[in-house]
Design a protein. Sequence first.
Length: 95
Amino acid sequence: MEKAWLSTQIFDDEKVRFLDLILKQNRKKGRHIYEYAHVNNVITDLSMVLKSLDGTYTTDEIAEKNAYKRDASTRHNAINVSDKKVSFLEIELIN
C-alpha cells in the first residue's frame, strides 16, 4: 500500500530538526507521539481532523503561510480531510 505521508529531513542538530512533511489527500498519518515540542509552518491550506487517543476529535483549518505549535508528548492521528495534499515544515525544538 502507498504511504499516506512523506517526510524529508532538511536539517538536524542538537537543538532543532526541520522536516518537510506532506500528507496526501483524504489519508491518515496514523497514531503518533511527538517526542519534542514543535512548530509547523503551513505551506498549503490545511484542513485536518485530529483524533486523540481518548477518542475525541478536533478540526484544524489553517490557511497557508500560517503556523501552529504542539507540545512534546502530543498524541493523535492526523487525518487530511481535504481533496488535496497538505504540506508543511515542521520544526522540532530538541533543546
